[in-house]
Design a binder for this molecule. Structure first.
Ligand code: NAD
Ligand code: TYD
Length: 356
């Protein structure tokens, strides 16, 4: 038996593959095109593990997909592959349309052809799990109830619009062709191997480098944070027991304004790696020009997955963020290796024009 994971060299995908192979010897075929966000170093502990087969390739490459399905006969496909950063989608939306919409469409077509030709028993057992985001639901007013699975789609960024389109395609393939799909819509993740263009790892890395900590706008935008390994356990639960065609919202019941997140990171660094001058890292906070169209608040109502699949996060925010800061302090060479020329080009593109 085997599963195909797409995007398994990225942040969440690599955590998923590592957790999967720590608990099972079922083979993982990891298809990733190694964009700027894909990093084989995340998977270095799997060297020599014959249950992990890495394939460099694009989810939009139909010929490659057909060959992979024929060779490995997977019982499931879990689709993490995506362009995932809102700020990049603002500066260059084209890649988001290509991977998140066209790529998902090509993947669905290849899966449909493979699944349609399976013998009855394998056909019934097969699953396509699509990993999506709470951002498809748009922005919440401060006192509005959290997003349920039936909240209307109101995506506001090119990233969330492209993910929304992919979710709709996945839904349509179930309703039209009977494809056995499952969709998860998760809140903001954090944890090991998080590329330092996203809020939490960027703040850790910049703080340690003595650089400004760029808070967009007033820093009062609210996100709901989930430790990445809890997201991985939720995906495994949905894969095992989810109702075909259903959507499961996944979240940590951890709504926090960005400024509080940054202050928490600074306080942990003050404790674990204090600045030589004794001043708090919080002194490095710098308010900068806001993100255009910035969603004010996301919040996930995760009661369906808890009720139906008995899933709950294992980490609280305070345990998860401590583990995360400790991981970055213990993995400085990983951080140094991802700060390549293209990373520096991104930092220039996104931050130099922002007024302090
Ligand atoms: P990431 O950007 O860290 O990783 C994405 C991975 O996909 C990279 O390894 C990249 O090389 C690969 N990839 C990109 N385009 C590809 C293509 N065309 N073909 C094959 N591989 C390709 O993203 P992430 O944070 O790990 O997110 C994974 C998934 O989870 C995404 O679908 C994202 O929308 C979703 N999600 C992320 C979060 C979050 O907080 N990070 C929250 C909810 C949902
Ligand atoms: P991010 O990690 O990019 O995730 P998302 O936009 O998908 O929620 O950003 C999280 C929040 O942090 C978001 O409200 C934007 C804000 N933010 C900053 O204030 N400064 C930064 O440098 C970054 C990258 C994000």
């Amino acid at each position: 038996m085997s599963i195909i994971v797409t995007g398994g060299a990225g942040f969440i995908g690599s955590n998923f593959v590592l957790d999967w192979l720590a608990q099972s010897d079922e083979m993982v075929i990891n298809l990733d095109k190694l964009s700027y966000a894909g990093n084989l170093e995340n998977l270095s502990s799997l060297q020599g593990n014959s249950s992990h087969q890495f394939v460099k390739g694009d989810i939009a490459d139909t010929n490659l997909l057909v060959a992979l399905f024929a060779q490995y006969q997977p019982r499931a496909v879990i689709n993490f592959a995506a362009e995932s950063h809102v700020d990049r989608s603002i500066l260059g939306p084209g890649e988001f349309v290509q991977t998140n919409i066209v790529g998902t469409f090509n993947l669905l077509e290849a899966v449909r052809a493979y699944w349609g030709a399976l013998p009855a028993v394998q056909k019934t057992a097969f699953r396509f799990l699509h990993v999506s985001t709470d951002e498809v639901y748009g922005s919440l007013a401060p006192d509005a109830p959290a997003f349920t699975e039936t909240h209307r789609y109101e995506p506001n960024s090119p990233y969330s619009a492209s993910k929304a389109a992919s979710d709709h395609l996945v839904r349509a393939y179930h309703h039209t062709y009977g494809l056995p799909v499952l969709t998860t819509n998760c809140s903001n993740n954090y944890g090991p191997y998080h590329f330092p263009e996203k809020l939490i790892p960027l703040m850790i890395v910049n703080a340690l480098a003595g650089k400004p900590l760029p808070v967009y706008g007033d820093g009062q935008q609210v996100r709901d944070w989930l430790y990445v390994k809890d997201h991985c356990s939720a995906i495994r639960r949905v894969l095992e027991g989810g109702t075909l065609g259903d959507v499961y919202n996944v979240g940590g019941w951890n709504e926090k304004p960005n400024l509080e997140i940054v202050q928490t990171v600074c306080a942990l660094l003050d404790e674990l790696r204090p600045r030589a001058d004794g001043v708090s890292y919080a002194e490095q906070v710098t308010y900068v020009t806001d993100r255009p169209g910035h969603d004010r608040r996301y919040a996930i109502d995760a009661s369906k997955i808890e009720r139906e699949l008995n899933w709950k996060p294992a980490e609280t925010f305070s345990t998860g963020i401590r583990k995360t800061v400790e991981w970055y302090l213990a993995n400085e060479s990983w951080v140094a290796n991802v700060q390549s020329g293209s990373y520096r080009d991104w930092v220039t593109a996104n931050y130099v024009e922002r007024q302090a």
